[in-house]
Design a protein around this ligand. Structure first.
Ligand SMILES: NC(=O)c1ccc[n+]([C@@H]2O[C@H](COP(=O)([O-])OP(=O)(O)OC[C@H]3O[C@@H](n4cnc5c(N)ncnc54)[C@H](OP(=O)(O)O)[C@@H]3O)[C@@H](O)[C@H]2O)c1
Length: 306
């Protein structure tokens, strides 16, 4: 059967990678949507529509016109510290828009693939499996948990893909990530402070994009944990980035969460057990070493040197 996929947040890091996989794919029609003009460099093989997910009327009209069989919902406010102060904006984008999307999915019999986060956990006992109890520490984490609950209660067909610490590169990015930030800072000779008391499974964005599409194709149901397979501290990730690009590790200073004093509290140890995704979705994540090589290759392609 022809899949008609409505993608939200297509200008984001994950959204752009999903376009890359789905454009021109056989038996699939893609409507990519995001705020503002299309920032994806490739314009063929799919349709783009400017769509603010908080404009519920326009989202409903997009459903009427496109008649999606699946929605991949990547759009979110992802700035964790901003959410700590901008509660109304965070609720509108991360919760209310999800409520509207799931109601529309139910009415149109479309499956919702909803992207969530490790920040639904308090980080006291990672790595986590899908059935572990959430207990968010931040407003952002709480908004994403509320969104999961909205999806689950809506009665629509759904899969929730929780992910963590995404890294990767696309043209025209609206925000950085751990790998690009460390590489860029060290290349400029800047001193950086990196926490050694937070542990994650860094996730190559292409791996999550492949898993999102697999969730559509395999009609995945329920919650899935999608991350890299290796758990490490954030400072170890920074050291690996320095090693890979042969940059000066002496610029990296160790700090801890308390000294960093960020607006939103971060969970100390998350990490995921990914067995369910490996079994059901044939999920095969890259190692961090492979992921860094992948990012390096893409940077060279974007610079036109290969
Ligand atoms: N990045 C991570 O480490 C991480 C970790 C765990 C979970 N996640 C989840 O993964 C998903 C994708 O993250 P990402 O890293 O790809 O985020 P991203 O790069 O920040 O992309 C999110 C996209 O959503 C768009 N957007 C925001 N508000 C919108 C609205 N009202 N209407 C339409 N589009 C809107 C943004 O538009 P603009 O470009 O115009 O701002 C942006 O392009 C999110 O659900 C996030 O919560 C991410």
């Amino acid at each position: 059967m022809q899949k008609r996929i409505l993608l939200t947040g297509s200008n984001g890091l994950l959204g752009q990678k999903i376009i890359h996989i789905l454009q021109d794919r056989v038996n699939t029609s893609l409507l990519a949507t995001s705020r503002g003009v299309n920032r994806h460099p490739v314009r063929e093989g799919y349709t783009y529509k400017e769509l603010d997910i908080c404009d519920h009327g326009r989202v409903a009209r997009a459903f009427e016109e496109f008649k999606p069989t699946h929605v991949i919902h990547t759009a979110a406010v992802t700035q964790v510290d901003l959410c700590e102060t901008e509660h109304a904006m965070c609720d509108n984008i991360n919760v209310d828009a999800v409520d509207n999307l799931t109601q529309l999915c139910k009415a149109h019999d479309a499956r919702m693939i909803h992207i969530s986060t490790d920040f639904v956990f308090d980080g006291s006992s990672g790595p986590y499996k899908e059935s572990d109890s959430p207990a968010p520490l931040s407003y952002y984490g709480n908004s994403k948990l509320k969104a999961e609950q909205v999806v689950e209660a809506s009665g629509c067909k759904y899969a929730i893909l929780r992910t963590q610490l995404l890294y990767g590169i696309t043209p025209a990015m609206s925000r950085s990530n751990i790998v690009l930030w460390v590489k860029d800072s060290l290349e400029k000779g800047k001193n950086i402070k990196v926490v050694s008391d937070q542990f994650r499974c860094p996730t190559l964005v292409e791996d999550l994009a492949v898993a999102s599409v697999a969730a559509v194709m395999k009609e995945a149901d329920g919650i899935y944990h999608i991350s890299g397979a290796e758990m490490m501290s954030i400072i170890d990730i920074a050291y690996k980035v320095a090693d890979y690009w042969k940059l000066d590790k002496a610029l990296i200073a160790e700090t801890d969460s308390l000294s960093l004093n960020q607006a939103a509290k971060r969970p100390p140890t998350t990490g995921f057990i990914i067995t369910k995704a490996q079994l059901d979705l044939d999920y095969k994540p890259h190692s961090l070493a492979q992921g860094l090589a992948h990012v390096d290759r893409q940077m060279k392609e974007m610079a036109g040197s290969i």
